[in-house]
Design a protein around this ligand. Structure first.
Ligand SMILES: NC(=O)C1=CN([C@@H]2O[C@H](COP(=O)(O)OP(=O)(O)OC[C@H]3O[C@@H](n4cnc5c(N)ncnc54)[C@H](OP(=O)(O)O)[C@@H]3O)[C@@H](O)[C@H]2O)C=CC1
Ligand SMILES: CC(C)CCC[C@@H](C)[C@H]1CC=C2C3=C(CC[C@@]21C)[C@@]1(C)CC[C@H](O)C(C)(C)[C@@H]1CC3
Length: 418
């Protein structure tokens, strides 16, 4: 049976009240974290040591820089791609085309930044601008979401997302009405999910590393580790860019404030928190501990990549020799579910790997403060919530076969625990 859609779809995130609260709480959290990371006590909870005036938030230079960044990433998106991939089939039976040139955009951005730095670009000045940059990014997210909401008014019904069309403007603005808003072939959601925010995140990390070298003579080992791990994560996402086309963000969720803000403001300014913390609170890290942390990150990455690649290979071609020997359950839809390999260990092995990596990103910051563990805490909550949403969708899609999968693979994310 098809799940209820439009005004009859069940409301998520606490409905309109929850959506309104999140629209205040999420930007407030970004500013709180930015301020806390640079303050002496670096407290995750409680008010930051000092509150800046409004003047510290607004800077025309930050606005120009931000617009130039978005413009650069949009231009790189429009460059010829090594491949054009097709998305999943839509309600009207069509399949959208997406350029696969994210990794190329990362490399070209690195080249441009490298050239700029050798010509005297003061990258180390960026950390001082994080607050006004986060402010313009948040403003952009609100204005852009309004544009997306209005654009959806004239979109055909077949282009609307299953949720996000409740009729309540606050809720729909938050969740997003249109599934794949585009102008000509420019896909806003796909662009935002992987480009300005993710690449911006590693650029902010690099600027923090440069600033630390300016302040202390050389970057610390902890800063190198955080930069290296997160660059690997972003590089991996862009290298496997096509895989994002099957995530629930692209196939199920509308494009509204939640994803727009998440992609362009939340990711670059909160995911770089560990490097921000390290700039203001240097942490000693010995080689043996660094080696253990590298091992934890490597284990997390091995599980994350192994699980994601196994599912993607299987979904593309179940007879591929790399997955053909795995045990499966048949479903009424004609699709199969893996019940051995990574997907026979827990129902979301990729989340487990991602969480192990999140731990490795925080450990270089020591254990004296809770603040650098914010990502791990937030991410655990996000993935537990996401897992529950995915389970609901899979139950609707696969019915009895999903029950059978849950019986055969009883744990969701962490074997014997959850
Ligand atoms: N860093 C960050 O902030 C975030 C990172 N992520 C990461 O993104 C990645 C993608 O996650 P996400 O989009 O949530 O979902 P998943 O990649 O886990 O995909 C879930 C889908 O996989 C399919 N599936 C589930 N079980 C099986 C099985 N046993 N056999 C075959 N197919 C199965 C189902 O879709 P179907 O059957 O239709 O194919 C299900 O809807 C993860 O690695 C996650 O950790 C996610 C959110 C935030
Ligand atoms: C602002 C709210 C609290 C929630 C916003 C959530 C978003 C920040 C995340 C939702 C799904 C995401 C994914 C990635 C980044 C974070 C968001 C946008 C991802 C691009 C990270 C890199 C991974 O390899 C991936 C699998 C490509 C991720 C896809 C989902």
């Amino acid at each position: 049976m098809a799940p209820p859609q439009g005004p009859r779809a069940p409301l998520e995130f606490g409905g309109p009240m929850g959506a309104a609260a999140l629209m205040l709480l999420l930007p407030a959290t970004v500013f709180h974290l930015l301020l806390a990371a640079r303050s002496g006590p670096a407290r995750l909870l409680g008010p930051p040591a000092s509150l800046p005036g409004l003047g510290a938030l607004w800077s025309p230079r930050a606005l120009l820089l931000w617009l130039a960044w978005l413009g650069l990433q949009a231009a790189l998106y429009l460059l010829p791609a090594r491949k054009v991939a097709k998305g999943l089939e839509l309600k009207d039976k069509s399949r959208l085309r997406y350029p696969i040139n994210g990794f190329q955009a990362l490399v070209l951005t690195a080249l441009l930044v490298g050239l700029g730095m050798s010509a005297g670009l003061p990258l180390g000045a960026l950390p001082e601008m994080l607050l006004p940059l986060a402010f313009v990014a948040t403003l952009t997210a609100f204005i852009f979401s309004l544009f997306l909401y209005l654009k959806a008014q004239v979109a055909p019904v077949s282009a609307l997302a299953p949720g996000g069309n409740s009729g309540n403007p606050i809720y729909d603005f938050f969740l997003g009405r249109e599934l794949n808003p585009r102008i000509c072939s420019f896909d806003f959601k796909y662009f935002c999910e992987l480009r300005p925010g993710l690449i911006g995140w590693v650029l902010i990390n690099l600027a923090l590393l440069v600033k630390e070298a300016e302040l202390r003579g050389s970057p610390s080992l902890a800063m190198w580790l955080v930069n290296g791990f997160q660059l690997l994560y972003v590089g991996d996402a862009l290298w496997h860019e096509e895989a994002v086309l099957t995530t629930m963000d692209i196939t199920h969720d509308g494009f509204g404030f939640m994803l727009a803000f998440g992609d362009i403001a939340w990711v670059p300014f909160t995911y770089s928190l560990q490097a921000q913390f390290l700039l203001h609170h240097p942490q000693p890290l010995g080689l043996p501990m660094a080696a253990i942390i590298c091992l934890i990150n490597a284990i997390g990455y091995y599980i994350f990549r192994g699980a994601n690649s196994q599912k993607n290979t299987f979904r593309k071609n179940p007879s591929d020799p790399r997955v053909a020997g795995l045990e499966t359950i048949s479903t009424a839809t004609g699709r199969q579910l893996l019940v051995s390999g990574w997907w026979g260990m827990v129902r979301h092995p990729n989340y487990l790997g991602d969480l192990i990596m999140a731990l490795a990103w925080s450990l270089p910051c020591g254990v004296s403060h809770l603040l650098p563990y914010f990502y791990l805490l937030y991410f655990t909550a996000l993935l537990v919530h996401r897992e529950a949403r995915d389970e609901r969708q899979c139950l609707q899609k696969y019915g009895l076969a999903w029950h059978e999968y849950c019986r055969r693979v009883p744990y969701r994310i962490m074997p014997y625990i959850y």
